[in-house]
Design a protein around this ligand. Structure first.
Ligand code: DP6
Length: 321
């Protein structure tokens, strides 16, 4: 029996589009911060039949099927016969709210399952494996500031995540402003697929990412808040613009999302160090230094249904073996 924990992460330079669907290879690189307060804990052990529990209850069918298919993929990749397995996974944040549970989920599952199957792999290999469950999960193998490479190889061996700077490099906080209950309307896999197939802006989006990545990497290494603010908002807006131009349009924002975009921009114009990013859902993630968190919460108070403050988090680890 093995238990692993992994944290979610939020991309500042977004991953949106694949160069290979089967191996789940991203069309571009991406850069993220791992979030210490958003955690998945997963236990894997031998059992009488493949069984998946989510938050202590039998997991919904599509979820369970995805987990079992991923266990098969792992065993195949490791060259092992696998026994039937019990997977117990739990998030300390609301799964249905559309927060990034697949990133922490597949990272924790990869680490726990590889160890439960008696294998051992480097963080890079684990990142390559986790990527096949979900692209953003490859980044959650590491803590802190992480860059995912698109890679150029057909087999995806170089599509792995690397550490840019550890969690203690720069104490920025991420305040997740939850603007609605319930799951997102279009999952990220489908949203990016539709964007790639039908949006006239998709190619423009892809071609802009290398510049954003170089800028974001430098901004993180030099702890240059203003530079990171500009590139993160640009990457977010371009990703969403490409999605909104798909046919039919992929629109993740609700009214509160737009209201909060304006409020964050107004705070920055008034001299407060804040910026926002948004993933495949209506919630706004605001980055700022620790002392600015109350100002952000205050400004958002009448619009949000909940807010979660997170500091930079560490890598995926085995907690029980
Ligand atoms: C908007 O990693 O969920 O959060 O690889 O298809 O599972 P799949 O997609 P996923 O997409 C994440 C999209 C994003 C941006 C990001 O995290 O980089």
């Amino acid at each position: 029996m093995t238990t692993a924990t992994a944290h979610s992460n939020i991309a500042l330079v977004k991953y949106w589009g694949k160069r290979d669907r089967r191996l789940n290879l991203p069309a571009t690189g991406s850069l993220s911060l791992t979030l210490g307060e958003l955690t998945t804990t997963t236990t894997v052990r031998e059992f009488s039949a493949d069984t998946v529990l989510l938050d202590e209850r039998p997991a919904p069918d599509p979820f369970a099927r995805k987990v079992v298919a991923f266990l098969d993929l792992l065993a195949d990749d490791l060259g092992l016969e696998r026994p039937p397995l019990l997977v117990q996974t739990a998030n300390n944040f609301p799964t249905a709210a559309g927060l990034a549970s697949s990133a922490s989920g597949f990272a924790a599952l990869t680490v726990a399952a590889v160890a439960a199957l008696g294998a051992s792999r480097s963080p890079e290999e684990l990142s390559r494996l986790a990527r096949q469950g979900s692209g953003s999960a490859a980044r959650s193998l590491h803590g802190g500031w992480v860059e995912m490479a698109a890679g150029v190889r057909d087999d995806g061996a170089d599509a792995v995540a690397h550490l840019v700077a550890p969690a203690d490099h720069w104490d920025l906080r991420c305040v997740v402003l939850v603007t609605a209950e319930g799951a997102k309307s279009v999952g990220s896999t489908d949203g990016m697929e539709r964007t790639a197939q039908t949006s006239p802006y998709y190619d423009a989006w892809v071609s802009g990412v290398p510049t954003d990545l170089a800028d974001a990497r430098t901004a993180v290494v030099e702890r240059d808040f203003e530079r990171l603010a500009v590139v993160a908002e640009r990457s977010c807006m371009r990703m969403h613009a490409s999605a909104m131009a798909a046919d039919p349009a992929v629109v993740y924002w609700n009214g509160a999302s737009i209201e909060l975009i304006h409020r964050v921009r107004a705070l920055r114009a008034a001299g407060h160090p804040v910026f926002f990013t948004i993933d495949a859902g209506p919630h706004i993630k605001v980055f700022c230094p620790p002392d600015v968190v109350p100002i952000v919460r205050d400004a958002a108070d009448d619009v949000v249904v909940d807010s979660i403050e997170s500091r930079p988090g560490g890598p995926a680890i085995i907690t029980v073996d």
